[in-house]
Design a binder for this molecule. Structure first.
Ligand code: MG
Length: 251
């Protein structure tokens, strides 16, 4: 199991490997071959950034069985997918900016898959070979702009609406991880990724038959029940077993 981070120690963004509270910068590419450098930074001395810079963010909606059954809806027959722009991505500790006039700003804790290799038309059985690892995500949504039957791009596409982090962890079983959200310190979402309608492999295969996924692209796999409303000043923390907590504040 390896924990990858992207960080700034004062000389711009670099990738590293996190071991307890120490960061080893890496030579090479975390998506290909890499090796640890000798020098060490302390975690407290650096600023963690979004752990990768995706060129596209693919999101899955309506993907927890408990959400679907709670509404009394039939299970989706295929994944519901949408895109967020790369400019929606922020890292741990960065502010989620609530657009002026928005009254209903929702949070959604989500498991995020980070793609390792160019991924196109892969079979379900092979899909996990294309995963670098997993991180936490928060699919921020301006519910004011979600109208039935209309695209979700405005509601979900604002700058800062896709916090990811704090690290990318390889070697986890993405299909069986506890996932939680803490809103101002109170747990408001509490589930396990085993409740997903479409599992990680099915999602990757499905998306790869539509579009080519590139190294560093991410897929956010949907949220369990309990999503809720944010207001300026709120602290929101998405937590996934084996990864850690992604903490952001609302501005
Ligand atoms: Mg979502």
């Amino acid at each position: 199991m390896t924990k990858f981070v992207r960080f700034d120690a004062g000389q711009g963004p670099e990738y590293g490997v996190l071991e307890e509270d120490r960061i080893f910068p890496v030579r090479g590419s975390i998506f290909g071959t890499w090796e640890k450098e000798e020098k060490i930074f302390k975690l407290q001395e650096v600023r963690l950034l979004a752990p990768c810079m995706p060129r596209k963010v693919v999101c899955i909606g309506v993907n927890y069985k408990e959400v679907v059954t709670g509404k009394g809806d039939p299970m989706p027959q295929e994944p519901v997918i949408f895109l967020k722009p790369d400019t929606s991505v922020i890292g741990p500790g960065e502010a989620i900016v609530s657009p002026a006039g928005v009254k209903e700003l929702n949070y959604e804790a989500e498991l995020v898959v980070v793609i390792k290799d160019k991924t196109k038309d892969v079979a379900v059985e092979d899909a996990k070979n294309y995963v670098l690892g997993y991180t936490c995500g928060n699919d921020i949504t301006a519910k004011d702009f979600m109208e039935k039957g209309k695209p979700w791009t405005k509601a979900k596409g604002y700058d800062t609406f896709m916090p990811i982090g704090p690290c990318i962890v390889s070697g986890l079983d993405g299909d069986n991880l506890n996932i939680r959200m803490y809103h101002n310190g109170t747990m408001t979402q509490n589930s396990n990724t085993s409740d997903m309608v479409f599992n990680v492999s099915q999602i990757i295969s499905y998306v790869s038959h539509i579009m080519t996924l590139n190294p560093g692209d991410v897929i956010s796999t949907g949220t369990p029940p309990g999503k809720g409303n944010l207001k300026p000043g709120d602290v929101i923390e998405a937590e996934i077993e084996g990864i850690g907590r992604l903490k952001n504040v609302v501005k």
